[in-house]
Design a protein around this ligand. Structure first.
Ligand code: NDP
Length: 289
């Protein structure tokens, strides 16, 4: 039997509507309009699309946005100067530096320079530390979107064997941390795999919930999936055939119980969670005044 589709489109619409309602409430109570500043360095076409989508989503949710475009030859110091200005601007609540940055820029220094109170991507080491300790200020957008997808589709994580393939700081690591935390939407038994994992198919076949974020088109085949598993495909690979995930969707959907498509799955949730984080940042800054 073919797997049921986990629909990211309708969920993202729901999450965005919730954010818009909460923003409207916040503006009514405080007179403050949450504002996200996006910084885009260079002319990477993918990044331009992502930033434009984020801007549009803000507008629809009643969140103000600023767009800061810098040329591709920008130096680390020039970018740090802009980040410092945005950190000190009381009208800016969230700061997003679109990755990847051009090679000459020290990415780590830039991400560490963003005020932890405005770090809506949750990349700052202070925020990462808080997430690990289970007292987050912001949750990282893509893993948080996946948690919401599992929770709102009544997919239990407590005691489940979750296998995360990929150990990036943006997806794999924070995903594993969120699902192993105590409490609702956590309590999973989590295994993290990467390019050095021995006998990957044996590990992925042990997963009740398989989450794949490796950036390799159609890498996960049907024989790597336990029958009846839930499969979450984070991959977004631009190929000649269009956007494809890390999972061989047509084959795996015949084995899995539930599966996310690409496009139309996880990708849409990331922007929705960014709206929630921008509002959370505005709230934080309002209460710390
Ligand atoms: P990275 O390139 O930063 O990390 C890839 C990870 O996958 C690494 O840990 C790497 O292992 C592992 N890996 C690569 N090849 C294999 C393999 N053959 N077997 C096992 N592990 C492997 O990727 P990201 O996490 O940034 O992104 C992953 C994918 O998710 C991409 O397609 C990206 O476009 C997409 N993405 C989607 C988002 C969304 O909003 N939906 C957001 C962010 C990313 P090792 O560490 O050993 O090198």
């Amino acid at each position: 039997m073919s797997a049921a589709i986990l629909d990211g489109k309708s969920l993202s619409e729901q999450l965005r509507a919730e954010a818009a309602a909460e923003v409207a409430d916040f503006v009514k109570q405080t007179g403050v309009v949450p504002c996200l500043a996006a910084v885009l360095v260079g002319d990477d076409p993918g990044s331009q699309v992502y930033v434009r989508n984020k801007e549009k989503a803000c507008e629809k949710a009643g969140i103000a946005s600023q767009m800061h475009r810098l040329p591709k030859e920008t130096t680390t110091d020039e970018l740090l100067t802009l980040v410092d200005r945005l950190n000190r601007d009381p009208a800016v609540h969230g700061i997003l530096v679109q990755l990847p940055l051009p090679k000459q820029i020290d990415e780590r220094r830039v991400l560490e320079a963003v005020s932890p109170m405005k770090d809506v991507d949750a990349f700052h080491p202070e925020n990462v530390g808080r997430i690990v300790q289970g007292r987050p200020r912001f949750l990282p957008c893509t893993p948080h979107g996946i948690v919401e997808m599992l929770r709102r589709n009544n997919i239990p994580t407590a005691g489940a064997n979750v296998v995360v393939v990929g150990r990036s700081d943006i997806v794999g690591k924070p995903m594993a941390i969120l699902l192993m935390q105590r409490g609702p939407a956590g309590d999973a038994t989590v295994t993290v795999c990467h390019s050095r994992t021995r006998d990957l198919p044996a590990v992925t076949r042990s997963a009740d919930i398989l989450i794949v974020a490796i950036g390799q088109p159609k890498f996960i085949k049907a024989d790597m999936v336990k029958p009846g598993a839930v499969v979450i495909d984070v991959g977004m690979n631009r190929t000649e055939a269009g956007l494809v995930g890390d999972v061989d969707f047509p084959a795996v959907k015949e084995v899995a119980a539930r599966i996310t498509p690409v496009p139309g799955g996880v990708g849409l949730l990331t922007v929705a969670m960014l709206l929630h984080n921008t509002l959370a940042a505005a709230r934080l800054q309002q209460t710390s005044r």
